[in-house]
Design a protein around this ligand. Structure first.
Ligand code: GDP
Length: 314
């Protein structure tokens, strides 16, 4: 990418998109095309076509998506499959039509089978049944990878697909019903501390294992991939370490300084037992994460205190 190139970051207000914008700005890329959800409905084919015809961006980071935690994915699966299919169909197709030089599509580690071999290499894609709680979302994301691959094969479009592990950091969603586990537990533990509650509730058994990547590390990896990688199929982005939800709870309690008890709500699903990504492919082209989980949690908690807790008068 040249500093003068026009770069469209779809979904720039979200967790991933906002980190990409920060990273682009820090690297001297300031010619950015950004539209909020209110300004542009990416599920609308005509609106997306108009944007691409008018601005003709050189590069596209497709970070716009309907995302959510285990419960939201289960209860609102129609929205998750419909909106994601529409967004990616529109953005990927218009990127081809308007001659975008390179597009990076973002998926998720839930595209891999529920019982994939661990750590999960890119070859596990479509080798088994998906985790039911997020199957509709995962199928949309798999369709996105296949779109990129097909446009590459048929039209020689330089479209790539990155599959990040579970992400967290500033601008995350801290809503207890729809968020992912790390921000949800951060908020619950913070609230328990402020309210002097004896216990904090953790969904499921606490036994599932998850890998967590700090969002600025992800953005750094995505810029690296834009510059150094052009190939079909997904490429995993992770940190190579996973922990159980119980261990994560203890780490959060340590950072937040809360000494209460942990209660398990077994009426909530555990989801997939383990999803740790094999990052050999990314390692080989020379990218490694920099932020440890503890550091990342501290940075996120400071952001939470300044930007979320304040609004609740805590
Ligand atoms: P997943 O990675 O797609 O399963 O999505 P989540 O990040 O939502 O959940 C990961 C794991 O954390 C699951 O086993 C959840 O049951 C567990 N978990 C424990 N407490 C919570 C919570 O308060 N919110 C969420 N979203 N998950 C929780």
């Amino acid at each position: 990418m040249e500093k003068s190139d026009l770069i469209y970051v779809a979904g720039h207000a979200g967790l991933v998109g906002s980190a990409i914008v920060r990273s682009l700005n820090q690297s001297g890329f300031h010619n950015l095309l950004l539209r909020t959800h209110a300004e542009l409905d990416l599920t609308c084919q005509h609106a997306v076509e108009k944007l691409f015809q008018e601005y003709r961006p050189d590069y596209v980071f497709l970070a716009a998506a309907k995302v959510g935690g285990i419960l939201a994915n289960w209860e609102r699966s129609a929205e998750f499959i419909y909106e994601n299919l529409m967004i990616q169909n529109n953005v990927i197709h218009q990127s081809y039509v308007s001659g975008v030089k390179k597009l990076l599509f973002l998926g998720s580690s839930c595209i891999y089978p529920k019982f994939a071999n661990q750590p999960i290499s890119e070859d596990e894609l479509l080798s088994g049944k998906l985790e039911p709680t997020n199957e509709p979302y995962a199928i949309a994301k798999i369709a996105g990878i296949k779109l990129c691959d097909s446009y590459r094969r048929q039209y020689q479009a330089n479209f790539i697909s990155a599959m990040p592990t579970n992400l967290y950091g500033p601008n995350d969603n801290f809503d207890l019903e729809t968020s992912h586990v790390l921000p949800a537990l951060m908020r619950k533990i913070h609230d328990a501390k402020v309210n002097e509650d004896d216990t904090v509730v953790v969904w499921g058994s606490g036994q599932p294992r998850r890998e967590f990547l700090y969002i600025d590390d992800l953005a750094d990896a995505l810029l690296f991939l834009m510059g150094n990688y052009s190939s079909e199929g997904p490429i995993n982005v992770g940190c190579g370490l996973d922990i159980s939800i119980l261990e994560l709870t203890h780490l959060l309690m340590e950072v937040i300084s809360y000494q209460g008890l942990i209660e398990f709500d077994q009426s909530k699903p555990d989801g997939t037992p383990r999803k740790m990504l094999d990052t050999t492919k990314l390692d080989k082209i020379g990218w490694r994460p920099k932020v440890s989980l503890k550091e990342g949690i501290e940075l996120t908690y400071n952001w939470f205190l300044d930007n979320v807790a304040k609004h609740f008068g805590q």
